[in-house]
Design a protein around this ligand. Structure first.
Ligand code: HEM
Length: 440
């Protein structure tokens, strides 16, 4: 009897899911995971790339006939309009301004750890760097920065909900109570029109992804209301006193132009501000953590990079390709379509395994090996097509500068215990990285 193929749950849990990915690519290039209704998994490079590039046949919105709140879940004109606004704020020049702050936080938080001989790098370094970058972008003052990660997790639980088979909604009474409490709070902060609109979007967020309003997601809605009200306060202040940062450009997009029409509504901008914390914090922190783990486990690579810092950019690219923070993303088929002889019905869900595509031996020679001389790899870590990551330049800047600082300021780095993979579905990273650090 042949071995059954790994389930999605196993692939999301295993520390080394790569052999499982190879089996999907070889034996089931269109895989129907058990217990997942109308779900198809694609794992080959060419297939994943082609679907990402075709946003007409493969929608980013999981429910037909609604315009989702988040840009990443929208299609067509409503997506492109917001993307133009956001892209203008994320040009390489706008991002370069953030470099000195990134270097300062990377160096000072590392020095504090070295002083103590080491510690858990995840909160103290991997998260501290992107949190400070996003805080700068959104003008979040230092005392509220610790809240950013909590809000990011709230956002993940609501707008990026990954529905699980058999999950249960919180009891009706509790849902009503939390919704009423949130309504009072958000309307007091932003008035009934704006507050009401945002409240509706937040409470419908999980449902649009086909997920139930579980107790965790209900708490997530509460956190998001708190954040949106907070960000709205910052926007009001900054309207009066611009700070010359990315947020100014987003605020400008809310103002009516010469034709009396704004490029994006206040609601849209506040929600995209929210999206930046989730898109920009955990992904980048995970990327940094994955790089640190490799450096701990491969002392010869650590020594080579210390001796030859010019290879650090190539190292960062290979870390992203081999251990992509986003392992899979979702699309919905807008019509019946045939792939590898199988019909994917209209409205079926596709899980695009970026992590498997990036290790496809038909695309990469010695695909599982980290090679510093690959040059441009064309990997899919930041996706391609209309939704390709808008923060790519920022994430690369953070990774390259942070690894450079780590390698320059330490002469040894050792894991104190075996790290555990995080259990956020669709991601690859580590919960904690307890390390001993030697000062250079
Ligand atoms: C290593 C870090 C990062 C990785 C691996 C990553 C990965 C991705 C991927 C795979 C997508 C496409 C999702 C899809 O189409 O389903 C995406 C989209 C996006 N990312 Fe990133 N990202 C990273 C960092 C960032 C940062 C730092 C920001 C901003 C501060 C950001 C903002 C966005 C936005 C706004 C989108 C939506 C683009 C659109 O829908 O047009 N990301 N990212």
């Amino acid at each position: 009897m042949t071995n059954p193929l790994p389930t999605l749950e196993e692939l999301a849990r295993e520390e080394e899911p790569w052999a499982g990915y190879a089996r999907l690519r070889d034996e089931a290039p269109i895989y129907r995971p058990p217990a997942w209704d109308r779900t198809f998994v694609l794992s080959r490079y060419d297939d994943v790339r082609a679907v990402l590039a075709d946003s007409v046949t493969f929608s980013s919105s999981m429910s037909p006939n609604v315009t989702p709140a988040m840009m990443v879940h929208r299609d067509g004109e409503p997506h492109d309009r917001l993307r133009r606004v956001m892209a203008a704020a994320f040009t390489p020049r706008a991002i370069e301004v953030l470099a000195p702050g990134i270097e300062r936080v990377a160096a000072s938080s590392l020095d504090a750890l070295i002083e103590r001989g080491g510690g858990d790098l995840v909160p103290a370094w991997c998260q501290a760097i992107p949190v400070s970058a996003i805080a700068e972008i959104l003008s979040v003052p230092p005392e509220r920065q610790p809240d950013l990660r909590r809000w990011a997790l709230d956002l993940l639980s609501v707008f990026f909900a990954q529905p699980e088979p058999g999950e249960q909604a919180a009891p009706f009474g509790r849902r009503t109570w939390v919704q009423a409490e949130c309504a009072v709070r958000i309307c007091a902060a932003m008035g009934p029109r704006l507050g009401g609109e945002l409240l509706g979007l937040i409470f419908r967020g999980a449902k649009q992804r086909g997920a139930a309003l579980t107790p965790r997601r209900l708490d997530g809605c509460r956190g998001l209301v708190e954040f949106v009200a907070f960000l709205n306060g910052i926007v009001r202040q900054q309207r009066r006193a611009p700070r010359g940062n990315v947020l100014d450009m987003l605020i400008e997009a809310m103002e009516p132009g010469e034709d009396g029409v704004s490029q994006a509504s206040e609601v849209e901008i506040l929600l995209q501000g929210l999206a930046l914390i989730v898109a920009g914090v955990d992904t980048t922190a995970t990327f940094l953590g994955n790089g640190v783990r490799v450096l701990c486990e491969r002392p010869e690579l650590y020594a080579e990079l210390r001796a030859n810092p010019d290879s650090i950019d190539a190292f960062a690219s290979e870390v992203l390709r081999l251990w992509s923070p986003v392992q899979w993303t979702d699309r919905r088929a807008t019509r019946a379509v045939e792939i590898h002889g199988q019909t994917i019905p209209t409205n079926a869900q596709l899980k695009l395994f970026i992590g498997a595509a990036n290790r496809d031996p038909d695309q990469y020679e010695a695909a599982d090996e980290l090679r510093l001389d690959r040059g441009e790899t064309g990997d899919l870590s930041f996706a391609v097509g209309p939704h390709a990551c808008i923060g790519r330049n920022l994430a690369l800047l953070e990774g390259r500068r942070a690894f450079r600082i780590l390698l320059a300021r330490t002469s040894g780095i050792h894991l104190e215990e075996r790290p555990q993979r995080t259990l956020h579905p669709g991601t690859y990273g580590f919960e904690e990285l307890r390390v001993k650090l030697e000062r250079a």
